[in-house]
Design a protein around this ligand. Structure first.
Ligand code: AP5
Ligand code: MG
Length: 225
């Protein structure tokens, strides 16, 4: 199926990837975005870019992120709405890591044009698998490509297959911070599953399978949605 069949100027899709930290949102978002031809917008990646460039926004977000807490809603909303106002989002976009609170979900709802089709995909992964994935995650410092030392290791230890860059562990993947992120997820983000289920736009996918199987399941839901 062609990308434009799924999201087009007359039928723009906004896809939300929900799921706990480490459930595979980023891994799947890269592939879905390519398949649908719509931009992948990760609020976590936008904050990390700002941190690496030492911007005011980055300085503000860093303390919250490194402690496993959420960045305040008003900061996230300003950044997100600036990003989706760019022309590349006119025909739809894929959100990874947003919304994460009910006020964020309500603000997005007000922001969306009437003709937009909203689809929410929830990646279901239990906490014990999350902890293992976070502990094994490695991210390229240069291009951001993601590996896992247990499940998808690079060809050469510590080196990115794609660009030769250095692979590092995210500061928020330390064991105690992962526990805090999970706690925050269950108290502040998990209620969004029910919020979107009630609106009839939620699709649940088992995120514990291999990345390829999860991708196929997500695409099935998107084609039906
Ligand atoms: P963010 O960057 O969004 O982090 P997160 O939601 O905690 O999610 P992760 O990026 O950790 O995991 P993921 O689901 O993308 O999984 P991945 O594909 O990498 O946010 C970071 C922080 O920014 C937040 O804590 C908060 O402070 C702040 N923030 C961001 N957005 C915010 C918002 N809207 N409001 C407030 N604050 C916000 O996969 C994980 C690992 O598992 C990888 O190693 C991968 O290779 C592996 N893996 C993936 N899929 C599979 C599979 N199927 N099988 C085996 N291994 C797999
Ligand atoms: Mg991610």
């Amino acid at each position: 199926m062609q990308a434009q069949d799924l999201s087009s100027p007359s039928n723009p899709k906004v896809v939300i990837l929900l799921g706990p930290p480490g459930s595979g949102k980023g891994t799947q978002a890269v592939r879905i975005s390519k398949e649908l031809g719509i931009p992948h917008i990760s609020t976590g990646d936008l904050f990390r870019e700002n941190i690496s460039q030492d911007t005011e926004l980055g300085k503000r977000a860093k303390t919250f992120m490194n402690a496993g807490k959420l960045v305040p809603d008003e900061v996230v909303l300003d950044m997100l709405f600036d990003r989706v106002a760019r022309p590349d989002c006119a025909h739809g976009y894929l959100l990874d890591g947003f919304p994460r609170t009910l006020p964020q979900a309500e603000a997005l709802e007000k922001h969306l044009a009437k003709n937009v089709q909203l689809i929410v995909l929830d990646l279901e992964v239990p906490d014990e698998i999350i902890v293992k994935r976070a502990e094994g995650r490695l991210t390229c410092k240069s291009c951001g490509n993601v590996y896992n030392k247990y499940f998808s290791p690079p060809l050469k230890e510590g080196v990115c297959d794609k660009c030769g860059g250095e692979l590092i562990q995210r500061p928020d993947d330390k064991a105690d911070v992962v526990q805090e992120r999970l706690r925050v997820y269950h108290s502040q983000t998990a209620p969004l599953v029910e919020f979107y289920a009630k609106k009839g736009v939620l699709q649940r996918v088992d995120g514990t399978k291999t990345p390829e199987v999860v991708f196929q399941a997500l695409m099935q839901k998107l084609k039906k949605g």
